[in-house]
Design a protein. Structure first.
Length: 298
């Protein structure tokens, strides 16, 4: 007992020197098209995997709507700007996130979370991980996960014919990041979401400042992707303007050269991370996730 009492001041001194254990940074995840927050084979699986590997972490899997069916339907038909506003409200009122959080978006959830970073800096997003996100949009709709083929066919035909009409832009999610390299002027003028967050109509300095505040912006591209057209959009590249065959990387785009979003400066500072993984869209192994993605969350 005497030895224990003698050790107490030493232990207290060690506590002062070492300080309290570092808190685990919370994680926010956003699913892709046709999925939902808590699907046990997709987002539910990812959430449990992260919670298992990082004990004590708080994971918020975003749900847009009052139930899982609404959440899935909203991934097709709810105005993206309204979705982003809803998410910003969720994050601002969640006490677990007030000190900051990491974010991980899957497929279209990647560009949606980037919009959150640019538009809603409080609470602060620290690291953004985009897993197959389409940051320059898409020009093609080869496959459609999670829904019946008649919906996929309808979306494909609608995008081909009327992607930039007001009604379609406001009510079809995929139209809001449809980027036609043959109709760049129509895209810049009428895209209500992607053209805005990509600074296509002017420079919003707040967007630029907020994105540059990220510690890391990690972009994962699937090297055998048959879903995203063009796949290089997952690394912020796109088709060279005026045609739909030749693609250029981010560093050759005007967005980068003019540094409209601060991506050039972030790149030079080592904040941009480009990762490639073998496989089709959103196909990856637990081993790859553990070794490649988890380190950005710890």
């Amino acid at each position: 007992m005497a030895a224990l009492r003698a050790a107490v001041p030493v232990l207290a001194l060690l506590g002062l020197c070492l300080g309290p254990a570092a808190a685990v940074t919370p994680l926010v995840i956003w699913h892709g098209m046709g999925d939902s927050c808590c699907n046990p084979v997709s987002m539910g699986y990812i959430q449990k995997l992260v919670e298992k590997k990082i004990p004590g972490i708080y994971v918020l899997s975003l749900k847009i709507g009052s139930n899982l069916i609404q959440d899935m339907e909203n991934s097709f038909f709810m105005n993206v700007n309204d979705q982003v506003s809803e998410v910003c409200s969720q994050l601002a009122t969640d006490p677990h996130l007030k000190g900051g959080y990491n974010a991980m978006g899957f497929s279209q959830g990647g560009q949606f979370l980037r919009a959150v970073a640019q538009r809603c800096p409080s609470p602060p997003m620290l690291t953004l991980i985009s897993v197959g996100g389409q940051h320059q949009g898409v020009y093609g709709f080869p496959r459609c996960p999670g829904e019946s083929s008649h919906i996929c066919d309808w979306i494909r035909k609608t995008l081909d014919l009327a992607a930039y009409t007001k009604a379609v832009q406001e009510h079809l999610v995929q139209a809001e990041y449809w980027h036609d390299p043959l109709k760049e002027e129509d895209y810049r003028k009428n895209s209500i979401f992607l053209a805005d967050i990509n600074q296509e109509r002017g420079i919003n300095e707040t967007y630029k400042k907020n994105l540059m505040a990220l510690r890391k912006f990690v972009m994962v591209k699937f090297l055998n992707d048959t879903m995203v057209d063009p796949p290089i959009s997952e690394w912020f590249g796109f088709y060279k303007s005026g045609q739909a065959k030749e693609t250029i990387p981010l560093q050759e785009t005007l967005l980068y050269k003019e540094d409209r979003l601060g991506l050039q400066e972030m790149d030079k500072a080592g904040k941009l991370v480009f990762l490639g993984v073998k496989g089709d869209h959103l196909h990856f192994s637990e081993e790859w996730f553990d070794s490649t993605i988890l380190p950005f969350l710890q």
